[in-house]
Design a protein around this ligand. Structure first.
Ligand code: TYD
Ligand code: MG
Length: 457
């Protein structure tokens, strides 16, 4: 048998290094490399004297279309992020902070699979605790089997014996294989256990859902390593103490990514939010400086989102820049453009930006709404309450075209807004049907012009 080799695996990003280093070469974090033993595969080349027979290849045109079955869960917002339901024999990673509702969602999913068998393997809670939760959720699923187990070999044996349609592992951090010396939750255990579970369930044509906890930094522990192994990665967003939960598909081999599902945590579990735009702008106060509304796109859905900014004179040598739900570097660029191109005095001001509802805005089209909220706060002038906006901001202060302008316009009109300000490039070839909507479509070439249409500057 070949000797096991020592490798150093980053506990933050999962990168593998041959030698110890203080700093991970991949994610640049310090002191995260941990020693682990990897068992090398038996050296095949060493034993075989002749080259293996060449495997048969296939012409692309000859590939038979195979019918993959999707199981729609009936939870519309979940089906949406999955790309239309759970795909047969797929592996889904569900990540989120503790207490955000991962176990709850899995439990709610179980009765939707009936009459197909669901095996819920929990290393975190006892069957009694799960029963209590199921009672709260009014779930009495006859097809649901519980197994409190953390040992990988026994888990696999149970899957082989029960042959369920869906296996839920709650959570991968508690699973432990006898093959490896390291304790449960270490990167080696997480990687190897997940890999074996995925291989096994694919062989048996079983859907696998793996729950993974997220670290404080917001990354899945052992994250990168698991992300490339699974077919779909779903991530819970939203702050634990708020009632709203957003599930985003970060990766999906069977659907589009960045699709979101919006839920509300109620007494009896997660409930779908039927009209997310209304929810994201529901708490806004019109006529207050520092707010704007983005006509956004998340996945395949148009979504109106409120952006808030608080700008106040700093009491520090270095002004504070804090942002929740929006990238801090992009916020700095927007501040620099406001200062340099529009002559606004951002230096000497603390700036706080917040995207309401716990949503994380990633699309560049959000720039204009963030700039508008900050400029509105700086100028102490409210953005016109019946106007929404979108647009990417360039370093010269120009507005760059956004994707999917039609859906943005329709959603804004649908929710009763009177005007949408967007990059001029998006207004050049508008469909006649859009012009008939009860909303004014205003194109701007520059940030300056857009801000004046929004009632600031
Ligand atoms: P849980 O699913 O246990 O989170 P996770 O598995 O991601 O750690 O959710 C726990 C939280 O949800 C807990 O704070 C209580 C709350 N909750 C409700 O508000 N209503 C419910 O019906 C349930 C089951 C939980
Ligand atoms: Mg849980």
């Amino acid at each position: 048998m070949a000797k096991s080799a020592v490798r150093y695996i980053c506990s933050n990003c999962g990168a593998v290094s041959l030698k110890y280093q203080g700093k991970c070469f991949e994610c640049q974090s310090w002191g995260t490399l941990v020693e682990s033993r990897v068992e090398p595969e038996e050296s095949v080349r060493g034993r075989r004297s002749s080259a293996p027979a060449a495997p048969r290849t296939q012409r692309l045109l000859d590939v038979e279309p195979s019918e993959f079955r999707r199981h729609t869960t009936g939870i519309g917002e979940l089906d949406r992020v999955l790309g239309g339901g759970l795909m047969q024999a797929s592996a889904v990673l569900v990540g989120g902070e503790p207490g955000i509702g991962k176990s709850t969602l899995m439990l709610q999913l179980a009765p939707r699979m009936a009459p197909a068998k669901v095996l819920y393997i929990s290393g975190e809670e006892s069957p009694n605790q799960i029963r209590e939760r199921a009672k709260r959720l009014s779930i009495a699923a006859e097809n649901l089997l519980l197994l409190p187990e953390v040992n990988l070999e026994r888990i696999i044996a149970a899957i082989e014996h029960e042959k369920p349609a869906l296996v839920i592992i709650d959570s991968i951090q508690t699973v432990h294989s006898e093959e490896y010396q390291s304790s449960a939750g270490t990167i080696t255990q997480i990687r190897e256990c997940a890999a074996l579970l995925i291989r096994k369930t694919k062989q048996l044509n079983v859907v696998l859902m793996i729950i993974g906890h997220i670290t404080k930094e917001g990354a899945l522990a052992g994250p990168k390593a698991l992300e490339h192994m699974v077919d779909t990665v779903l991530q819970f967003e939203g702050e634990g103490y708020q009632r709203y939960r957003i599930i985003r598909s970060v990766k999906n081999r069977f659907g589009s990514t960045n699709e979101i599902g919006v839920f509300r945590m109620e007494e009896n579990g997660l409930e779908e939010v039927a009209n997310p735009s209304e929810f994201f702008i529901s708490g806004r106060m019109s006529g207050v400086p520092g707010n704007s509304i983005l006509a956004g796109i998340e996945g395949s859905r148009a979504l109106l989102v409120e952006v808030q900014a608080l700008v106040s004179k700093t009491g520090y040598a270095m002004p504070q820049r804090i942002s929740t739900g929006f990238d801090l570097k992009r916020m700095s660029i927007i501040l620099a453009v406001l200062e340099k191109r529009l002559g606004m005095q951002t230096w000497g001001q603390d700036v706080f930006v917040k995207i309401t509802g716990g949503l994380k805005l990633v699309e560049p089209a959000a720039d204009l709404a963030v700039a508008a909220a900050i400029a509105s706060g700086l100028a102490n002038l409210p953005v016109d309450a019946s106007t929404v906006c979108c647009g990417e901001i360039g370093l010269s202060g120009e507005l760059r075209a956004v994707s999917d302008s039609e859906r943005r316009i329709r959603e804004a009109a649908h929710l009763g807004f009177r005007r949408i300000v967007l990059p001029e490039a998006n207004t050049r070839e508008l469909k006649p049907s859009l012009k008939k909507l009860p909303i004014a479509i205003t194109g701007s070439r520059t940030l300056q012009d857009a801000l004046s249409h929004l009632g600031i500057a």
